[in-house]
Write a protein that binds this ligand. Structure first.
Ligand code: GTP
Ligand code: MG
Length: 199
């Protein structure tokens, strides 16, 4: 199964380092900003299912904002990342990114608020604050560090499972709808036969 994940958030919050950690399973802290976006792939097992992770790591610099929808529109899951040491990166998610992605993605997309750089000692945004905001806005919430790797692999695994569940539910709903249509068609056909019968 393919799972498409897009990572958004302000510049320097650690998006690239986070996704690189997931792909390489070892710290790969970045020292250059991402221009436009980069595409990464990983095949991994999620609860005995083979999953092809397809990930767009977008550019956080403001000049690239207008192209971000090209990446998150077809996604199954969007990660909204902030740096717990940078209040402004959290405010930007609250004021801009959350509304932006929620208004432009279909209802079944899974959104996750990611409180990154948990390794730093001077946390400006508390995890309680992030979690409360996430709960109030139908977002999953994760605490991660691309530096130590804390929470990273578990987050991608959990999100993949949520996407799998969501896809199965959507598939079941589709099957139910087509069964209902089939039954309704049969009922109509029977009724039409009866109507056309002279008895
Ligand atoms: N302490 C700490 N530093 C981190 C962590 N993740 C990334 N960094 C550092 O933060 C800076 C920005 O990291 P990137 O991964 O390039 O950030 P980005 O969000 O991809 O930035 P853009 O590509 O400009 O949008 C780099 O100096 C990283 O070394 C982390 O978890 N902890
Ligand atoms: Mg980057």
């Amino acid at each position: 199964m393919d799972i498409k994940i897009t990572i958004v958030g302000e510049t320097e919050v650690g998006k690239t380092s986070l996704v690189q950690y997931f792909v390489n399973e070892t710290p790969s802290l970045q020292n250059s900003t991402t221009p436009c976006a980069s595409f990464l792939k990983k095949v991994a097992m999620v609860n005995d299912k083979v999953i092809n992770f397809q990930m767009w790591d977008t550019a956080g610099q403001e000049r690239f904002r207008s192209i971000a929808p090209m990446y998150y529109r077809g996604s199954d899951c969007v990660l909204l990342v902030y740096d717990v040491g940078q209040q402004a990166s959290y405010e930007q998610l609250k004021e801009f990114w959350v509304k932006e992605v929620q208004s432009k993605c279909p209802y079944h997309v899974i959104f996750a608020l990611v409180a990154n750089k948990q390794d730093i000692t001077e946390q400006k945004v508390t995890n309680q604050e992030g979690r409360a905001f996430a709960q109030a806005n139908q977002l999953e919430f994760y605490e991660t560090s691309g530096k130590s790797g804390a929470g990273v692999l578990q987050m991608f695994q959990e999100l993949a499972q949520k996407v799998i569940d969501q896809k199965q539910n959507t598939q079941m709903a589709k099957e139910d709808t087509s069964k209902e249509v089939l039954v309704r068609t049969q009922v109509t056909q029977v009724k039409q036969k009866k109507d056309s019968c002279c008895m």
